[in-house]
Design a protein around this ligand. Structure first.
Ligand code: ADP
Length: 479
C-alpha cells in the first residue's frame, strides 16, 4: 500500500515528516498512516508538473493515449485490490467499489481516444495574403481537488481529460480517502507515465495544499468536486491568477414519478439512485415527487424494497448499504429525519440507526419518509444519507415548480411514458443532467455537471476536454 506523497515520479514523505491516520468508517480500524502533505509539498508537486509539461504536451496525442490505456488496463488487472481499498477508505459495499473501478477506468479509456481528436480550425480570411488558424493547446498544469465519495473515479474523471489534452496534473485527494489516489499513482508509474505528469499530495490541511494552486502562474486549471461552500472559496481564489475553475458542487436531485410511469422501473430507479453509496452521491435522488394517483402504490413497493436492504460493513458479503462517512454525516442525516418527523412526516421504514455487529454506530437504517412538505429541511437541503423523503403532487406544473424551487441544479429524474411531457420536462427542469426513466445517467462520454449553485463546467464527454484547452488564434501572412 502506498502512503507517501507522489511527486516527480517518486513516493516521498511529507517534508514535515508528519502522517495522519486513514480509518475505515465501518470499524474505525486504521487502514494506514498517510503522509500529511502541506503547502511546500504541493509547491514541489506543482513545480514537478510544470517541468514535465513541455515534454508531455509535445509528444503525439496517440502516444499519450497509449499511456492512458495502459493505466486503465492495470486498473482492470488490479480491480479487486483497488475495490477493496476503496471500500476500506469510504465504507461503500464491495460490489459498488468494483463498479467504481470500471467506471474510473472508462474515463481513461474514453479520453485516450478523445485526445486524438483535438482538432483545430481554419477560417477564410478577408485578406488573400493571410491564413487564419485556430489551434487548441493544453493550458498548462491542472490541479484537481477530489472528494471521498468516489475515491477512484473522481480522480480519473479529472485525470483522463487533463492528461489526454497534454496537461500535467497535481491531485489533492480527500483526507478521508487518499489511498485510492496513491494506488492510481503507483499504477501510473508502472504504466510508464513520465515523472511529474501526475502528482498526488494527500494531507489534512486542504486549504494550505490548495494555496499552492493559486500562488503560481503555472496552474491554469483547477477542477474541484465537493461542497458548494468550498467551491465558492475556490472560485474567489481563482481571481488571484485568473485561473479557470470547474466546480462540481452539491446537488438536491428531484426524482419525479408521474401517474403514467412504469411502477417497477420507477421503484428500481429509486433504489439505484437513492441508496448507492448509502445516499452519499451528489446526483442521488434527494426528494421524491410522486403524483397522487400512483403515490400509495409507489410508497408501498418502495418501502418494501428499502426495508429489505442489507446494511453492513462494505466488505462483508451481501452488504448493500454501508456506513455514513463520519459522525457529522450521520448526525446531519439524523437531524433531517428528526426535523421531518417533528413537522408531521411519517417513516414507513427506517428512521433510526442500525446496529451492525463489530462495527461503529455510524450506520443508518435506510429510511422512507412520507407526507414530506417543502417546509422540511430534507426538502430544502442535501441530506447525503440513506433517507428518501416522498412528497405528493397533483399536476405537472406543481412538480416543475417544486423541482426547480432550489438553488441547486445538478441532476433530476423523471419517470413517465408520455412523450410530450418528456420533451417539456427535459426543457424546463433547471438541471445540468436529466434522467428520463433512467436513474444512472452518468457515463464517460456524456457531459456531467450542474447549473446554479451546483457548479460550473462539465466533466466527461467531448466537452470535458475543452476545460483543459486554450484556443490560440494564429494569423499568418503568407505573401
Ligand atoms: P465534503 O463536505 O463532502 O467533505 P468538501 O468540499 O469539504 O466536501 O471536500 C471536498 C474536497 O475539498 C476534499 O478534498 C477536501 O479536502 C477539499 N477541501 C476542503 N476545504 C478546502 C479548502 N478550503 N480549500 C481547498 N480544498 C478544500
Amino acid at each position: 500500500m502506498h502512503t507517501a506523497c507522489f511527486v516527480d515520479g517518486a513516493f516521498v514523505p511529507a517534508r514535515s515528516g508528519r502522517t495522519f491516520a486513514v480509518r475505515n468508517p465501518a470499524t474505525d480500524a486504521e487502514v494506514a498512516q498517510v503522509a500529511d502533505g502541506w503547502l511546500d509539498d504541493a509547491r514541489a508537486a506543482v513545480e514537478a508538473a510544470a517541468r514535465a509539461f513541455p515534454a508531455w504536451k509535445s509528444i503525439a496525442a496517440i502516444e499519450r493515449a497509449r499511456h492512458l490505456r495502459r493505466l486503465a488496463e492495470l486498473m482492470h488487472r488490479d480491480a479487486e485490490r483497488l475495490a477493496d481499498l476503496c471500500s476500506q477508505e469510504c465504507g461503500k459495499p464491495l460490489a459498488e467499489a468494483r463498479t467504481e473501478v470500471a467506471y474510473a477506468a472508462s474515463f481513461l479509456e474514453w479520453y485516450a481516444e478523445e485526445g486524438k481528436r483535438v482538432y483545430g480550425e481554419t477560417i477564410p480570411a478577408s485578406d488573400q495574403a493571410k491564413r487564419l488558424l485556430v489551434l487548441r493547446r493544453p493550458c498548462g498544469v491542472a490541479a484537481a481537488i477530489t472528494p471521498w465519495n468516489f475515491p477512484i473515479a473522481m480522480v480519473t474523471r479529472k485525470m483522463g481529460p487533463a492528461l489526454a489534452a497534454g496537461c500535467t496534473q497535481v491531485v489533492k485527494p480527500a483526507e478521508q480517502t487518499p489511498l485510492s489516489a496513491l494506488a492510481i499513482a503507483a499504477l501510473a508509474a508502472e504504466a510508464g507515465l513520465p515523472a511529474g505528469v501526475l502528482n498526488v499530495v494527500p494531507g489534512l490541511d486542504a486549504a494550505s495544499i490548495s494555496d499552492a494552486f493559486f500562488d503560481t502562474l503555472h496552474v491554469r486549471h483547477v477542477s474541484f468536486t465537493g461542497s458548494t461552500e468550498v467551491g465558492r472559496i475556490l472560485l474567489r481564489r481563482s481571481a488571484e491568477q485568473v485561473v479557470r475553475v470547474s466546480l462540481e458542487l452539491g446537488g438536491h436531485a428531484p426524482f419525479i414519478v408521474f401517474d403514467d410511469a412504469d411502477l417497477d422501473a420507477a421503484v428500481a430507479g429509486a433504489m439505484a439512485s437513492k441508496f448507492r453509496n448509502a445516499g452519499q452521491t451528489c446526483v442521488c435522488a434527494n426528494r421524491f415527487l410522486v403524483q397522487r394517483g400512483i403515490h400509495d402504490a409507489f410508497v408501498e413497493r418502495f418501502t418494501a424494497a428499502v426495508a429489505a436492504l442489507k446494511v453492513g460493513d462494505g466488505r462483508a458479503d451481501g452488504t448493500q448499504v454501508g456506513p455514513l462517512i463520519d459522525d457529522a454525516g450521520l448526525r446531519k442525516a439524523e437531524a433531517h429525519v428528526a426535523d421531518a418527523l417533528a413537522r408531521g412526516a411519517r417513516a414507513t421504514t427506517g428512521g433510526t440507526r442500525a446496529r451492525v455487529e463489530g462495527c461503529t454506530d455510524r450506520f443508518m437504517r435506510p429510511t422512507v419518509l412520507t407526507g414530506v412538505t417543502p417546509a422540511m429541511t430534507c426538502f430544502r437541503e442535501e441530506t447525503f444519507g440513506p433517507v428518501a423523503p416522498v412528497c405528493a403532487f397533483d399536476s405537472e406544473g406543481d412538480a416543475l415548480r417544486l423541482a426547480n424551487d432550489t438553488p441547486y441544479g445538478l441532476a433530476a429524474y423523471v419517470f413517465t411514458k408520455d412523450g410530450a411531457r418528456i420533451v417539456r420536462m427535459s426543457e424546463e427542469l433547471q438541471y445540468g443532467i436529466v434522467g428520463i426513466n433512467d436513474a444512472l445517467p452518468a457515463t464517460a462520454q456524456a457531459p456531467f455537471g450542474g447549473v446554479k449553485h451546483s457548479g460550473l463546467g462539465r466533466e466527461g464527454g467531448r466537452q470535458g476536454i475543452e476545460e483543459y484547452l486554450d484556443l490560440r488564434y494564429v494569423s499568418w501572412r503568407v505573401g
